[in-house]
Design a protein around this ligand. Structure first.
Ligand code: SDX
Length: 432
């Protein structure tokens, strides 16, 4: 990264032009360093939604939205999906390097050891209504971990980061599975040392005394690949929430809980659930792909094509193409008809060839196909965003650590453009 080699000249209406440093990052992207702008000029910048604003330095994830590139710690997403499992990628995001065989074994051992949930915490689940949205339970349980494991509050990155992080990675998986069992009103299935991360999750979700549930290796492979696709994505809304809470010095569990809440929004991680609901609703109302596209284009209609569009990608989200390929792969050989998939494929074809979408660079994003895959793994629609959270957890943890160790890490506190009233005096209530 290069600082202060180039400068921008800012000419303001009421003062002499000033020189502002330009930063060139490791991929050649340029930014204007406005850290001293207000101190030097009294001016602030205005950028609602942070569309043009960099909030930090980061070395975890790189996206090129124009070329559809996504890399974790320098590795391309396709390379990781094809050659690693989720635990390796979690290790990579959090520690910066892929593990060797011994490191991977030790991490798996820690994950396994930390997979149980405190007995008293388990009773929480039974107090939720069975129709609670799973994300409300996941967010609450995540922050409750700090009550049951207070020693994790002031994590000493040197001494116990592996312990804290594997505890969280492992328990969020258990909490997600127990949430599903609570929805069914069924007994919890405990984790087992016999299984891998993915096998354990599927077993805790679907093992039952009344059927001979067998873990399907193809489903384990699909789950690993889906979790890798979701594992990180630069400064997205939920990661920014995690970093903002971290900047106040809050503990890891509180920060992750904030990330879970941000991810819940249908504009963000909740879109995978919204895609399935959109497709099911269209089928129930005999609407075809073109009807949906036309519904989106009616300007007085706030209907958006869920699973399409992205703040950064202005071409195909590389994850959507990997998910589409994975979907074709896991479809049972004898399954010839999946109405949701057929409508999704038609919808992609219709939208990407329609001027409204082309003019706005709207393409399928990570959520367009992943919901159909989760559904084929037997995961109910309202659990999809929990699956996104389980995948995104190592990314959130990596960003929490990066902020916590950032020498410049100031508390996040944006300014504003005030459009309220000027000073006025209070009138006594009996005169109002
Ligand atoms: C994720 O940031 C990340 O990295 C997020 C994520 C991650 O891994 O963390 O990638 C995960 O959140 C993926 C996105 C999932 N959300 C959806 O699929 C919901 C549908 N998509 C949109 O709501 C929207 O595309 C956003 C929220 C994703 C991005 O919105 P932006 O960047 O703020 O764009 P915008 O709202 O300013 O829209 C620009 C134009 C508008 O039209 P005009 O006013 O210019 O005429 O594009 C239109 C919008 O109306 N538009 C859409 C659309 N998305 C944008 N029109 C129809 N359908 C859509 N999906």
């Amino acid at each position: 990264m290069e600082f202060n080699k180039e400068f921008a000249t800012l000419t303001l209406p009421d003062r002499d032009p000033i020189q502002i440093p330009v930063i060139t990052d490791n991929m050649g992207e340029k930014s204007i360093d406005v850290r001293n702008l207000r101190k030097e000029t009294g001016y602030i910048t205005y950028d609602p939604g942070f569309v043009n604003t960099g909030s930090c330095n980061s070395s975890i994830c790189y996206i090129d939205g124009e070329k559809g590139i996504l890399r974790y710690r320098g590795y391309d997403i396709e390379d990781l999906v094809n050659n690693c499992d989720f635990v390796e990628v979690a290790y990579l995001l959090i520690k910066g390097e892929l593990p060797n065989y011994e490191e991977r074994r030790r991490y798996a051992e820690l994950l396994n050891r930390e997979s149980m949930l405190h007995y008293d915490m388990q009773s929480f689940f039974r107090r939720y209504p069975q129709d609670s949205h799973p994300m409300s339970i996941l967010a609450a349980m995540s922050v409750s971990l700090s009550a049951f494991y207070p020693e994790m509050d002031d994590i000493d990155p040197e001494a116990q980061i592996d312990f804290a992080v594997t505890r969280l990675l492992s328990k969020i998986r258990t909490i997600t599975a127990f949430t599903y069992r609570q929805m069914l009103g069924e007994e919890f299935v405990p984790p087992s040392f016999k299984y891998s991360y993915g096998e354990n999750f599927l077993n805790m979700m679907f093992k039952s005394p009344v059927n001979d549930y067998q873990i399907n290796p193809l489903h384990v492979k699909a789950l690993n690949q889906l979790l890798i696709l979701h594992a990180d994505h630069e400064q997205n809304c939920s990661t920014t929430a995690v970093r903002l809470i971290a900047s106040a010095g809050a503990n890891l569990y509180a920060s992750i809980s904030a990330g879970i809440c941000a991810l819940w929004g249908p504009k963000h991680g909740g879109a995978n659930q919204a895609v399935i609901e959109m497709l099911e609703n269209a089928i129930a109302n005999n609407m075809g792909a073109k009807d949906i596209v036309e519904q989106v284009k009616e300007r007085n209609n706030t209907f958006r094509l869920m699973g399409f569009g992205h703040r950064v990608y202005k071409t195909y989200d590389p994850r959507s193409m990997i998910a589409k390929r994975l979907l074709q792969e896991i479809l049972d050989l004898n399954t010839t008809h999946d109405p949701l998939l057929e409508l999704a494929l038609e919808l992609e074809e219709a939208a990407v060839n329609d001027d409204y979408f082309k003019e706005r660079n709207l393409y399928p994003n990570v959520d367009f196909y992943t919901g159909i895959i989760f559904r084929r793994l037997g995961i109910p629609t309202n659990m999809f965003t929990c699956m996104f959270a389980m995948g995104r957890l190592p990314g959130w943890i990596a960003h929490w650590l990066e902020w916590t160790n950032d020498p410049y890490g100031k508390i996040g506190r944006p300014r504003q453009i005030y459009d309220g009233l000027s000073l006025r005096k209070v009138i006594p209530i009996d005169e109002r």
